[in-house]
Design a protein around this ligand. Structure first.
Ligand SMILES: O=C1O[C@H]([C@@H](O)CO)C(O)=C1O
Length: 589
């Protein structure tokens, strides 16, 4: 019975993928050659339409934000140096939309970063905005909505950048497998957003399911290997993903997390993983049995298919850092020698995620991530040190997250326009602080939890080197301090180190300036700090924020502006709203 079920399930998931591919090719693939100055670089011209559709990613039907009728959205494949042009039509009935290209630096195109009210105006329903940017470095990236909590509604997909034509990767592999991980709520994002900004506060809780490439199994306990009969097999849309491999080969797994809340851990039964890339940067390879993935992270891991030629293995993904109420997501790694028609469930029990609060395990994984030999090293010293204390606070009884006691709110005019054209009335001018009170006890809830809102807009000197210490602390409740993965737009940064408790000046001497890894997302552990360094060499306005969707919505972010006077020719479409719209009208009136 089981093998029969899996025959159907597998056929269906194959069909699903084939259908997506054909939709993808219909809508998407128009390659234009010779656009760029680089002889071999190409321009990929894509036509996308964002709309809501009904789908059942985890067997329960819900509205899902889709691109060209696909969830997750189409995968973009480009080569290092190629130009990507996405003509994005907003077909949502009544709301704006933007898409952020996570990990792409947008050098010279800061208006294409896709952050609503920072780099551009939300695209209005029925309107089209053209994103045009260069895939600036080979690596594993993704894209996602960056307005309200639209990412959590399903607006995401992969962006894979290969090395230039004729160039070789640093490591050898025979095939690639992409795993886009996400978490899934049955409540819609509007109810979530209103709840988060209500009094009393309504927390979104834990997700109902975890998804692998947009597929999960709600309430079916496949993970325990006993509950298969509980699974709703009638809805074939949610059959587990089967990844087919050949024996005795090396595969590059590209693993990306776009979760709304959950931190994850991934393991594959009987297969070790050698991590070779993090966020588009090569790392000194290291081998693990399981790996942590925080929201906003991307990795490449090599696996060798050295097990029995006709074996099947569970891939399991579980929750870290929060008491899990979400069952693990499961997929199957199936060796191709298996008969296509009769796919048995793996006999072994799925690998179990380490205990959710085993932070020693998580830290040991993060600490192993170091730069590959030959990677650029950080400048030896920084010109400025910004310490950002992450606290949970209250404003008139509403719950917020703050940095140095200010919770971020975005203006109605995107900063890129208001700063470029010096429209000072367009946003709150209060300058945020580089430090917080010296006596703050990070181990205890805030003594005075009251806070204010503000722009949290940091003006950074162009080409200066900046250190940021992300300082974690106790949340509002006693003995609670959570994981926060922070993501920086427009730059990679070096991770100089992690520490426990309060960061102190003397900790600077512990910074790793020899083989600090370059990344665009990094975690702060409970009650700890993380130090990063970057060079502010990319004129534009860049968000830096916790990648947990509800936390950003509750104000957990800052904005960095650098070299704004050097930003040339912002497309009018990007800033035709708020005070910049008035300015543009007056120019032509
Ligand atoms: O931001 C959050 O709010 C809740 C809780 O702290 C208050 O209900 C939670 O778990 C978060 O991560």
């Amino acid at each position: 019975m089981k093998s029969f079920l899996f025959t159907i399930m597998q056929l269906t998931s194959e069909k699903r993928r084939t259908m997506s591919t054909s939709v993808f090719s219909c809508f998407v693939t128009l390659l234009v050659f010779g656009f760029s100055s680089l002889a071999s670089a190409k321009t990929h011209h894509l036509h996308w339409e964002v709309s809501y559709m009904f789908a059942s990613p985890d067997c329960q039907e819900k509205l899902v934000m889709a691109i060209n009728g696909q969830f997750p959205g189409p995968t973009i494949h480009a080569k290092d140096g190629d130009t990507v042009v996405v003509e994005l039509k907003n077909s949502l009935p009544t709301e704006g939309v933007v898409i952020h290209w996570h990990g792409i630096k947008q050098i010279g195109t800061p208006w294409a970063d896709g952050t609503a009210l920072i780099s551009q105006c939300p695209i209005k329903p029925d309107e089209t905005f053209v994103y045009k940017f260069q895939a600036d470095k080979a690596g594993t990236y993704f894209y996602h909505g960056h307005y309200g909590m639209q990412r959590a509604a399903g607006l995401y997909g992969l962006l894979i950048v290969d090395v230039k034509e004729g160039e070789k990767e640093k490591f050898k592999y025979d095939g690639e497998i992409n795993m886009l991980l996400s978490d899934w709520y049955h409540q819609d994002i509007y109810t979530q957003m209103v709840g988060l900004s209500s009094k009393p506060f309504r927390w979104i809780g834990e997700p109902q399911s975890l998804l692998i490439n947009g597929v999960g199994q709600f309430n079916c306990s496949l993970a325990t290997n006993q509950g298969i009969n509980k699974c709703n097999m009638e809805n074939m849309q949610c059959a587990p993903m089967v990844f087919r491999v050949l024996p005795n080969k090396t595969y590059r797994l590209r693993i990306i997390s776009t979760t709304s809340l959950s931190s994850l851990n991934l393991a594959i039964g009987n297969h070790k993983m050698t991590i070779v890339e993090a966020d588009g940067n090569y790392v000194d390879p290291f081998t693990v049995d399981d790996m942590d993935i925080y929201s906003g992270d991307s990795y490449s891991a090599l696996i060798t298919t050295d097990q029995h030629v006709s074996s099947n293995h569970w891939i399991s993904v579980g929750v870290r850092g929060r008491q899990p109420k979400t069952p693990p997501a499961l997929a199957i790694l199936s060796y191709l020698n298996n008969s296509q028609a009769q796919l048995e469930l793996p006999k072994a029990t799925p690998p179990t995620t380490p205990l959710w609060n085993d932070y020693t395990h998580s830290k040991s994984f993060s600490y192993k991530i170091l730069a590959a030999k030959g990677n650029p090293k950080p400048p030896k010293k920084a010109d400025r040190l910004i310490q950002l204390l992450n606290t949970q606070n209250r404003i008139d009884g509403f719950i917020k997250w703050s940095l140095n006691n200010v919770s971020m709110v975005l203006p109605s005019t995107p900063y890129l326009g208001s700063l470029r054209y010096s429209l000072k009335g367009a946003f709150d001018q209060k300058k945020p602080r580089d430090r917080f009170g010296a006596n703050y006890n990070v181990m205890k809830p805030p003594i005075n939890p009251n806070t204010t809102t503000g722009s949290n807009l940091y003006e950074i000197k162009l080409n200066s080197t900046v250190d940021i210490i992300l300082q974690n602390a106790n949340a509002l409740a006693e003995n609670v301090s959570e994981i926060h993965p922070w993501h920086l737009h427009g730059h990679d940064f070096w991770v100089l180190g992690y520490g426990e408790g309060l960061f102190r000046k003397k900790d600077v001497s512990r910074f790793n300036v020899e083989n600090a890894p370059l990344r665009n997302t990094v975690v702060i552990f409970p009650y700890g700090w993380t130090a990063i360094r970057f060079v502010a060499d990319n004129p534009g306005v860049w968000a830096f924020h916790c990648h947990i969707e509800p936390h950003l919505h509750m104000g957990m972010g800052v904005v960095l502006a650098e070299g704004i006077e050097l930003v040339k020719e912002i497309p009018k479409d990007a800033i035709s709203c708020g005070k910049t719209a008035n300015m543009l009208m007056n120019q032509h009136g």
